[in-house]
Design a protein around this ligand. Structure first.
Ligand code: HEC
Length: 154
């Protein structure tokens, strides 16, 4: 009896410790997303005009996409590629975004825009995501264009 109790206690402790670790990871660890041949191919064949159009219709409700712009409901996105998430001055980001540790590149943007809550749980951007992977790549290409010097394509 005693042994049984001890065993289940040890098991419960293990389970709890396991949960603690998982939470810590999702809280402080952000996520990693790396370039894949699949994503490179999607970016290569993306319909640039569709990306421009989608940004205009959806993202620009909250984000200023002009070089001369600034923060709106969402942060200013000019030069976002290469930037650390939640880092631009003058915008009040969520703790989740600030602590995500993510650097915006093609892969991290593609992952974020697929499902924003999965990528950065607790984020403050009220936009669920873009399920259509080709359209998503097109929107990422639009973000690429929003830069003084657009990043190299993979
Ligand atoms: C309803 C308003 C809203 C819409 C629509 C929206 N966003 Fe956002 N976006 C935000 C807010 C608010 C944040 C800050 C999130 C946080 O702090 O957690 C944000 C953050 C971001 C960031 C991170 C910026 C940084 O400096 O770290 C990117 C990239 C982004 N949005 C891209 C997009 C794209 C692309 C679209 C369209 C597909 C879009 N957003 C649609 C409000 C919005």
């Amino acid at each position: 009896m005693n042994l049984l109790w001890n065993t289940s206690f040890a098991l419960a402790t293990l389970v709890l410790a396991g949960q603690g670790i998982a939470q810590e990871q999702s809280f402080a660890g952000g996520y990693k997303a790396t370039m894949t041949p699949e994503l490179a191919a999607r970016l290569k064949k993306a319909d640039v005009a569709a990306g421009d159009n989608f940004f205009e219709r959806k993202c620009s409700q909250c984000h200023d996409g002009e070089k001369t712009g600034g923060h709106a409901k969402g942060p200013f996105l000019w030069n976002v590629l290469g930037r650390k998430a939640g880092s631009i001055a003058g915008f009040e980001f969520s703790e989740a975004m600030k602590k995500s540790g993510v650097i915006w590149d093609y892969a991290t943007l593609d992952y974020y825009l697929a499902n924003t809550e999965r990528a950065v749980p607790g984020k403050a951007m009220n936009f669920a995501g873009i399920e259509d992977a080709d359209l998503r790549a097109a929107v990422v290409l639009h973000l690429r264009k929003m830069a003084d010097k657009p990043a190299k394509l993979p």
